[in-house]
Design a protein around this ligand. Structure first.
Ligand SMILES: [Zn+2]
Length: 213
């Protein structure tokens, strides 16, 4: 087991708690050490701000081998996300309000009024409903995470993947912030879409290709 990965998990758990992105009963994060096949994940029903190295749960092939508290019940979701994206080693599952509101509506997100969204996110697919803590929760995750590093879980919340925890958290906070502003914008008026030609120009500039989405 690697103490530095436990420290990394504790650091980001505290940060997400401070930002109000995870609660005692909601949200969980994990880091995967692919070399050792070890998953470091937050424990269940523990305030993330109070997390310590010894309370980080460590799993090997789904079996807990470390940590003095029981692993999050959503470890199956984390394992499925990491299996779907072998290029990623970090997962954040959260119930942040603006993104989760879309999940409550079973509505994928694809907006064209935000340069940040078009450059950094492009699309947020929505998985169909599955009961929390069961394999049903990640049905369709392979396809969803092929399209995006972030996906909604219908009637539940959101899941993000990243090559490391920093990029994973950055994506979640960016997506939540954009959707918060989008919501405010819809109260002011009708958000104005960037033209298809300008979207293509953004794609060429930031991604070096001519894809439209
Ligand atoms: Zn959840």
């Amino acid at each position: 087991m690697k103490p530095e990965l436990k420290q990394e998990l504790v650091k980001y758990a505290k940060l997400l708690d401070k930002k109000g992105f995870v609660g005692t009963l909601e949200g969980n994060i994990s880091i995967y050490d692919r070399e050792e096949g070890l998953l470091y994940i937050t424990p269940t029903t523990k305030r993330k701000g109070y997390l310590e190295e010894e309370t980080v749960a460590v799993l090997k092939n789904g079996v807990q081998i470390g940590g003095n508290l029981k692993r999050s019940s959503e470890y199956l979701l984390h394992e499925a996300a990491l299996k779907a994206r072998p290029d990623c080693n970090a997962v954040v599952h959260s119930h942040v309000p603006f993104l989760t509101a879309y999940a409550f509506c079973n509505k994928p997100v694809e907006i064209k009024c935000s340069t940040t969204f078009l450059i950094a996110i492009k699309k947020i697919p929505c998985l169909s409903y599955g009961q929390p803590g069961t394999p049903d929760i990640y049905h369709g995750i392979d396809d969803a995470l092929k399209e995006s590093n972030i996906a909604l879980l219908a009637n539940h919340g959101v899941v993000c993947v990243g090559k490391d925890m920093e990029s994973c958290v950055a994506l979640l906070e960016t997506a939540e912030e954009v959707m918060k502003t989008y919501f405010i914008a819809t109260k002011i008026g009708t958000p104005y879409n960037i033209s298809e030609a300008e979207i293509e120009s953004l794609n060429v500039k930031y991604h070096g290709n001519r894809e439209k989405k």
